[in-house]
Design a protein around this ligand. Structure first.
Ligand SMILES: *Cc1c(COP(=O)(O)O)cnc(C)c1O
Length: 418
C-alpha cells in the first residue's frame, strides 16, 4: 500500500505521495482516478456473496455509499500520516461529528464539553441530540475539577476542539487525559484548526479524532469533507451502546459500529470527486500550512502594533494565555487562524467594508485570506443569552490567513484602517 525505504521512515509529505489504493491501477495512473460509479460488478455469485459478507482477503467495493476506491485512497493516505488504526471519510465535517455521536450515544447518556464550540456542533449537541435524550454538560475546560465533577457512569465522551474558534482556547490534554482514563471516558477531539503534522493526536491521548477536511485538507476550499480517525486506544466495553458490539467486532467496536451500521444508514458518504480534490489538497498540506502559519504570525505581530487594534490573539504572541500549551502541542506552527478586536462593532464593520484584497467570507484555511465578524454572522441567529453562554464578543474579528504575500495583506489592513 505504501512505498518504503529500508531502515528509513518516510516524512509526512513523502508518505502522502507514496500511499496508494488497495488495488493497483490497471493503467498505472499516477494520480488516483475518480471512480465515479455507484456500483461495482463481480465475476460470479460466490464473489459477490463474499464481498457482502466481508469474507475477502482485500476488501473490494460493492456500492459507493459504503466504500469507493477514490475515497479509500484518501483514507489510506490519512491513515499513514495520522497513524490512526481506522479512518473513515464523510460528506462534511458535521457528518463526521454527527456519525461519531450517533454511534456512542443512547437516551440517558451525557457528553461533557466546552460551550466554546463550532456553531453547528453546539447546535447538534444542544438541540438535535437533546431531543433523543442526550444531555450535554458544558464545563470550563481550564478547570480539571469542573470536568471531573460533570462525569458520571453515563458520560459517553469528553469532547473538545484542539483550539477553540473564535476564542483560541487550548484544553490541557496532558491533565485531562489521565483523569478521563480513570473514569473510562474516551477523549474525542475536533482537530480541524491544527492538521496532522502539526498536532499529533495519538501522542496526546486522543482516542477519536474528528476533522472537517473542508478546511486545510481540501487545498483551497475546493470541496466539503470530514474524517473520523480512530486510534484504537479506547476500551469500548465501558460504553452501554457499544458493549455488545465489543464481543463480535472484527476491529475497533467504535469503527465497526460506524462502518457496518451508522454510516450506511445515514448515508453521508464522501463522493469520489471530492476525494480526488482532497487527495491533491493533502499533497500540498504541509507546504500551505507552514506558509500560512508564518504569515499569520507576522500579521498578528503587525496587528498588535497598531493603535486601532485593542487586542490581537495568536498562539505565538507572548501575550497569548495558552502559549505554553500551543508550544507544547503544535510543533511551533499553530496555524492560520487569528483574531483581533477593535473599539466597537461599527469599527469592525467599517474596516471590513474597506478591505480590497481580503475576502469577506465564512470558512477557514482557503488559499485566500478570509475575514469575518463572528457575532453578526456565524452566531447571528443565536439569542443574546446563548451568545453570552458561548462568550461571543461583538468587537471581535476573525481572520483566516491565506497564501497571498504577507506584505500585501498588511497593506490592505493598513489602508482599510485609515
Ligand atoms: C468547519 C468546521 C466544522 C464543520 O465542518 P463542515 O465540513 O463545514 O461540515 C467542524 N468543526 C470545526 C472546528 C470547523 O471549523
Amino acid at each position: 500500500m505504501a512505498r518504503k525505504l529500508e531502515n528509513h521512515s518516510l516524512g509526512f509529505t513523502s508518505q502522502i505521495l507514496s500511499t496508494e489504493k488497495n488495488h493497483p491501477d490497471v493503467h498505472g495512473a499516477m494520480n488516483t482516478p475518480i471512480y465515479r460509479s455507484a456500483a461495482f460488478e463481480f465475476p460470479n455469485s460466490v464473489a459477490i456473496a463474499k464481498a457482502f459478507q466481508n469474507q475477502e482477503e482485500v476488501a473490494s467495493h460493492t456500492y459507493s455509499r459504503i466504500t469507493n476506491p477514490t475515497v479509500e485512497a484518501l483514507e489510506n493516505k490519512i491513515k499513514a500520516i495520522s497513524q490512526g488504526e481506522n479512518v473513515m471519510l464523510f460528506s462534511s465535517g458535521m457528518a463526521a461529528i454527527s456519525n461519531t455521536f450517533m454511534a456512542i450515544c443512547y437516551a440517558g447518556c451525557n457528553i461533557v464539553t466546552s460551550p466554546h464550540l463550532f456553531g453547528n456542533t453546539f447546535a447538534l449537541f444542544q438541540f438535535t441530540l437533546a431531543s433523543f435524550g442526550v444531555e450535554v454538560r458544558f464545563v470550563n475546560t481550564d478547570h480539571l475539577d469542573e470536568i471531573e465533577a460533570a462525569i458520571d457512569e453515563n458520560t459517553v465522551a469528553f469532547f473538545c476542539e484542539v483550539m477553540t474558534n473564535p476564542h483560541l482556547e487550548i484544553a490541557d490534554l496532558t491533565q485531562i487525559k489521565p483523569m478521563l482514563a480513570r473514569h473510562n471516558v474516551p477523549l474525542i477531539v475536533d482537530t480541524t484548526v491544527i492538521p496532522w503534522g502539526a498536532f499529533e493526536a495519538f501522542r496526546w491521548g486522543v482516542d477519536i479524532e474528528v476533522v472537517s477536511t473542508t478546511k486545510y485538507v481540501s487545498g483551497g476550499a475546493t470541496s466539503l469533507g470530514g474524517a473520523i480517525v480512530d486510534y484504537g486506544t479506547f476500551d469500548w466495553s465501558h460504553n452501554k451502546r457499544l458493549a455488545q458490539v465489543s464481543n463480535t467486532a472484527q476491529f475497533s467496536p467504535f469503527m465497526f459500529k460506524i462502518k457496518r451500521e451508522i454510516a450506511r444508514n445515514f448515508g453521508a458518504c464522501m463522493d469520489p470527486d471530492s476525494a480526488y480534490a482532497q487527495i491533491l489538497g493533502l499533497e500540498t498540506l504541509q507546504l500551505r500550512y507552514e506558509r500560512m502559519s508564518a504569515s499569520a504570525y507576522e500579521l498578528a505581530q503587525f496587528l498588535e502594533s497598531l493603535p486601532e487594534v485593542v487586542k490581537a490573539t495568536y498562539p505565538k504572541l507572548e501575550s497569548f494565555p495558552y502559549k505554553a500549551l500551543s508550544d507544547q502541542f503544535f510543533n511551533g506552527n499553530p496555524g492560520a487562524m487569528l483574531t483581533f478586536s477593535l473599539k466597537s462593532r461599527e469599527a469592525c464593520f467599517a474596516l471590513m467594508d474597506r478591505l480590497q484584497l481580503i475576502r469577506r467570507a465564512t470558512n477557514l484555511f482557503d488559499n485566500r485570506t478570509l475575514i469575518i465578524h463572528p457575532e453578526s454572522t456565524i452566531y447571528g441567529t443565536f439569542t443574546e443569552e446563548m451568545k453570552q453562554v458561548m462568550g461571543i464578543d461583538p468587537t471581535l474579528i476573525r481572520l483566516s490567513v491565506g497564501l497571498e504575500e504577507v506584505a500585501d495583506l498588511k497593506a490592505d489592513i493598513a489602508q482599510a484602517l485609515k
